[in-house]
Design a protein. Sequence first.
Length: 173
Amino acid sequence: MAASVSLAAVLSMGCNAASRYQVLSFFFDGVPPPAATGAIPEPAAKMVDETVKPRQVGYREHGPFAAKLCHACHEPGATNALVAPGEQLCFRCHELRLDKPYIHGPLASGGCRVCHDPHSSQYRYLLVSESDSFCFHCHERQSLTPMSAHEGIAEQCTTCHDAHMADKKHLLR
């Protein structure tokens, strides 16, 4: 019985590294993943095409996503696991300068995805929605203080407030 299972495993390995890894890691713990040396290999590329939202005309794309370099952020294989915890992942490529006294909460905790989509967006800076509307996902309009300072303002929040960090309280510019 064990010989037939071994023979079936060897015969089903195929020629590419991804197939060999899938078969071997099924039977054995500690099998090293195939080297990530560029764009994702088949069948992982097929899996990504089937699971990641389709590309939209006019959308802005994150560089690694546009180049199909998924391994820049994700572990190889079908797990979709990230190569680093969320609070560290973005700062592997994007410089983190927490050099101001007031820092937006999501930035301080590495929650970039609260405001930014890591793959693509129809909005500038890969924002998850229009810049003012996403502010009100967390900040209630009624709680803005002082209210008189905001009355009649047709500008965007980021006209007066920095989205990441500032020298002044309330992230004022």
